[in-house]
Design a protein around this ligand. Sequence first.
Ligand SMILES: [Cu+2]
Length: 122
Amino acid sequence: MKRRTLGYMLTLSLPLVLAVFGCNSNNSTNPPATADVVINIVAENGANSYSPNPANVTVGQTVSWHNVAGTTHTATQNGGGFNTGNIGNGGTSSPIQMNTAGDLGYHCSIHPTMVGTLHVTP
Ligand SMILES: [Cu+2]
């Protein structure tokens, strides 16, 4: 009876142990990409495509774009510079660090009428 109870407890605890270690190894291989500032891509709608717009950022902070607009978009700096690459619906870009102060215009490379501005302060 005692032996049977021990076996039962081991059977119960094994999935727990696996779950804990599974989580840890996931986190170490895929560190959460949390940016200081997250801008939502909300629609294909000119200057109302990105929210907030303009967005305020301090030099050294990171920015991610989170796409809830239904189709693939990008945030691409005008004239070169930062570029998120394609962000599918529901996706979030990798954080991009802003190292230059100024008003940085950007757009969607797929839909050039989608425009936004990052107001980067020193
Ligand atoms: Cu787009």
